[in-house]
Design a binder for this molecule. Structure first.
Ligand SMILES: Cc1cc2nc3c(=O)[nH]c(=O)nc-3n(C[C@H](O)[C@H](O)[C@H](O)COP(=O)(O)O)c2cc1C
Length: 403
């Protein structure tokens, strides 16, 4: 589809059409993907989180998803993850949800449990498992848990296999965290079911070799994720959007889940109460010699999203190197996905959505907060006049400064 940006209105492009799910309307289809910031203390949100996430709401995102937030302390990736395992965490999260809501973004949050991939350093310290050197610095490692006593990769700690009683306790923790997220005002709750973390590790035969009712065949391996989904849907009622991030493929050389398995899982998840399947990939192992990884081109999960969208009744979100407004809008128009999520692109340019409107349509500053828009209009006119007269900001500056 070719649309002339000089005459198009934003309504002409699918990226800017609203989407209503369970009575909550995303004003447009571009959202911010959850991104851990490693800035929390004891799970509590701080002013940093407000400033960081507020930029995206002011930047026009239709949905902002708060980073993976732990349902219990052992489920943190690092010591510095956000948490919702205690009622005391709700107040800080309420500030975030109301800030996002007040500036026009649907407030979203991702709940997570890192399972056997927990207890690691921040990415700028290579994301390696914590050890005694970290303990000396006041950040001790902790015992991780998983479906089976299998480490995530060579030189990773061995997790404890969860008993059936621990599984039941864990399901209740997910439900309590979701109830707190709802209390805080989030309208979109996403479960982190990807990247090798606890939910994913139950699903995949690579990490789940149990012989009881939570392992073995597909029905056994999907049991824990489905129990979590049902418990959460019960805890949050019918009005909140429930999303689930999947690894569309395990991406390992031997065995592992493929897209057909995830399509099947998505159908079950949808029937159990999930509205949105968010498509990512990989992470089941940290062993680079067996991890084939999905090639990371622009929009590299689009084929997976398209398959899930075609074969299930779920709303589908897609993430992964979506950077260009034209690319993003075409993904919606071509039925690859219903929602596009951007991660690093939004970190680089929190105003991405506003700029996308200008790139794809005549909309100049109507959708900006008027405090910015009213100032940026005249600035743009001056820059355009300058350009028409063949000048650059530098030549004009040299005139004034007499250089
Ligand atoms: C700093 C950073 C933190 C991330 N944290 C999370 C997270 O909390 N949960 C999650 O599901 N994915 C996380 N991711 C993955 C992103 O959500 C996203 O899927 C990935 O970066 C690909 O999208 P992009 O190419 O637009 O960045 C993180 C990525 C980055 C760069």
């Amino acid at each position: 589809m070719t649309i002339d940006a000089r005459t198009a209105s934003t309504e002409d492009r699918a990226l800017f059409t609203p989407l209503t799910i369970r009575g909550t309307t995303l004003p447009l289809r571009a959202g911010v993907s959850p991104m851990c910031m490693y800035a929390a203390v004891d799970g509590f949100a701080s002013d940093f989180h407000l400033a960081h996430l507020g930029r995206f709401a002011l930047g026009g995102a239709g949905l902002v998803i708060v980073e993976a937030t732990a349902i219990e302390p052992r489920g943190r990736i690092s010591h510095f993850d956000l948490g919702l395992w205690d009622d005391a965490h709700v107040e800080g999260m309420t500030r975030i949800a109301s800030l996002l809501d007040a500036h026009g973004s649907v407030p979203g949050i991702q709940l997570g449990h890192a399972g056997r991939r927990a207890s690691v350093r921040e990415p700028w310290h290579a994301g390696a498992p914590l050890d005694e050197t970290d303990a000396l610095a006041g950040n001790p490692p902790w015992q991780t848990v998983g479906p089976s006593a299998l480490p995530a990769g060579p030189n990773w700690p061995v997790p404890t296999e969860m008993s059936e009683a621990e599984i039941a306790e864990s399901v209740a923790q997910w439900a309590s965290a979701a109830r707190r997220a709802a209390e805080a005002g989030f309208r979109y709750i996403e479960l982190h079911g990807a990247h090798g973390y606890l939910l994913h590790s139950f699903l995949s035969p690579i990490s789940n070799t149990r012989t009881d009712g939570y392992g073995g065949d597909t029905a056994g391996r999907i049991r824990y994720p489905l129990e979590v989904i049902r418990a959460i849907r019960k805890a949050i009622g019918d009005e909140i959007i429930l999303a689930y991030r999947v690894s569309s493929v395990d991406g390992v050389l031997d065995g592992g889940l493929g897209i057909e398995d995830i399509v099947e899982f998505s159908r079950h998840a949808n029937a159990a109460g999930v509205d949105v399947i968010d498509t990512s990939s990989g992470g089941i192992t940290t062993d680079r010699s067996s991890d084939t990884r999905v090639r990371r081109g622009f929009g590299f999960h689009a084929d997976f999203a398209r398959a899930i969208k075609a074969e299930t009744d779920a709303v589908v979100a897609c993430v992964g190197f979506i950077v260009d407004p034209e690319q993003a809008s075409r993904m919606i128009e071509d039925q690859d996905a219903d929602i596009v999520l951007l991660g690093r692109e939004m970190l680089d340019n929190p105003n991405w959505v506003h700029h996308a409107r200008r790139a794809l349509a005549t909309d100049e500053f109507e959708h900006w907060d008027q405090r910015f828009g009213s100032a940026l209009g005249p600035r743009l006119s001056t820059l355009q006049r300058l350009e028409e007269s063949g000048e650059t900001p530098l030549t004009r500056f040299e005139q004034y400064s007499g250089a």
